[in-house]
Design a protein around this ligand. Sequence first.
Ligand code: NAP
Ligand code: MG
Length: 398
Amino acid sequence: MSKIQMTTPLVEMDGDEMTRILWQMIKDELLSPFIDLNTEYYDLGLEYRNETNDQVTIDAAEATMKYKVAVKCATITPNAARMDEYHLKEMYKSPNGTIRAMLDGTVFRAPIVVKGIEPCVRNWKKPITLARHAYGDVYKNTEMVIPGPGKVELVYTAEDGTEKRELVHNFAGPGIAQGMHNLDESISSFAKSCFNYALDTKQDLWFATKDTISKKYDHTFKDIFQEVYEKEYKERFEAAGITYFYTLIDDAVARVMKAEGGFIWACKNYDGDVMSDMVSSAFGSLAMMTSVLVSPHGYFEYEAAHGTVQRHYYKHLKGEETSTNSVATIFAWTGALRKRGELDGNQELMAFADKLETATIATIERGKMTKDLALITTIENPTVLNSREFILAVKENL
Ligand code: NAP
Ligand code: MG
């Protein structure tokens, strides 16, 4: 059998700990035997990030701008403990944060739906993809503890020195106050990423804010989405047979619980933080969530939603057996390979991505899975496989 050829490189970002081990196994067993893998490799493992003063992360993001499609392994975000563990020169920022800031993207998270791993919400039949705005609001706020009576105001000083003031509150006693902001440009690029992704995946798009209460702040989000939709997307949505639906956030939450899924739910930053954990845990397992960063400039970066699975890695280092779920990492690769194929008009590569996904899902549906899934499956007497055995079982089905 001749291997599938790739005409354009895929940006490959390697990572850390247990997911780095899975990464190599996936390449060796599921990809390289079938594809003449053409990747531009960047080692985002913490050791090499430290060696290059994190320049490798910037280089990887720049390569993504050049080639448009990237696949990323989970990476360590350093904290105090990691400073000692890896003898770091400094506490580097999260690679995901650095890459997101450079590509200006929105992260879409979607569960991989498998028979036998049933969502807690009975009527959810199809995946719900969550899109979270990644800039501003309460995450870039300024807070103040108000010690006693006095006036709190919002003051805007224009470049020419003129001022605009709004009273926040006339305090009669102690309290608290907070100022937050967002940018039209960021909201508009968030909207475009969402509309593009809806077209790309042929799913309806829902968006919600609290514009009835927040008549300027949240209303601006609503207005920008509507304006972008009408100007650039309405016709394409109609042609694709999908809809854009705006409602209030509390109404959206109620409707999501009663819906059957199969749509994208765009959320403001805080709503997305809270709702993505609810949606992912209700769908069963963090190890079954995919994540893709979509930039309004047409760059895509695929990864698993979970981290480096540190606890399993320490077991692995001690020579103990691990049963780490590689499904979301496999789907990161298939997502990236399919997109590469789509951009290059490479039908064979796209078909391979479909087949690998089908083989992965079939492996679980036939009762072979890692321990995390065995604990929650409705399939009777599942076979629990270790990390490597699961990948080999997928290979056999493939
Ligand atoms: P984690 O790696 O997601 O793992 C947390 C726990 O979830 C694991 O201990 C395991 O539970 C379970 N789990 C997650 N993925 C699994 C999988 N594929 N198969 C089986 N079980 C899985 O989160 P963490 O331990 O909090 O973070 C570890 C490191 O990852 C940190 O350094 C963090 O900075 C990094 N991180 C990176 C990313 C990213 O690159 N996108 C995202 C999040 C975190 P049990 O131990 O109970 O089996
Ligand atoms: Mg959170």
